[in-house]
Design a protein around this ligand. Sequence first.
Ligand code: ZN
Length: 134
Amino acid sequence: MVKEFSISTSRQTEMIEITSSVVSAISSSGVKNGTALVYVPHTTAAVTINENADPSVKRDIIYELNKIIPFSDNYTHAEGNSAAHIKASIIGESITVVISGGKPLLGTWQGIFFCEFDGPRRRKFLVRIAKSEQ
Ligand code: ZN
């Protein structure tokens, strides 16, 4: 079962928590034990799991990524968004979370974040739920 979600980003670079969307995809699937794959079908956006308690963590991740991968450098890609492509590849296009008892088995401080690196844009992400034997 694959569920598609739309998301509107409002900044050039931002992290938006999507944990509740993943929880709802799992709930509507009826799967109690298995895995949920969250996949971002874009070349300048990504998905990650990180702390959802202190918003400073998001800020610090973005701040450091922007420092390590500057918006302007000696890039050759004509579209002018190489920094976004590089960030997307570093963070990655998918995460997998274990489903147990019909819920994602996340740690206390973990949340799932859609990462925009070339916004604002209308984006989407996919959640694929797979049932396991136990
Ligand atoms: Zn590009």
